[in-house]
Design a protein. Sequence first.
Length: 159
Amino acid sequence: MSIAYLGLGSNLGDRRENLSQTVTALSKKMRVLRSSSIYETAAWGYLEQPAFLNLVIKVETDLTPLRLLNFLKKTETELGRVANFRYGPRLIDIDILFFNQLIRNTRRLQIPHPRIQDRAFVLTPLNEIAADLVHPVLGKTIAELLEQSEDKSEVRLCK
């Protein structure tokens, strides 16, 4: 069994329900060990769109990294995600942040996610559930990455 951290985000429709349905769908193929709180953040990349709700989950899976990616993309589609432009609005987005301590850099799959350290909307919920997790490439904990991140955008706890 492997441990993965997944980032989930939604900024269309009932964002909270989208996240809930996604966690439920994912639990059919993996065991959710921990879930962060839900955070609201302004859009990143393309700014002319609604705010996002984000969370991070820690899962245990027997899927390989590539099979996990395929399952996540299939799940996004089944939940109603429609192809859009890069950083555009989306019903649900699921990213593999970490997979064990694996380092993989292919055209299709990059683990750890290449922009974790640049995104407060990922670091904040990840820090809540895995502050001491060490980034296998950067050699720093999530808490250190959050403290040193240049992304100072507001990440609000969603009540």
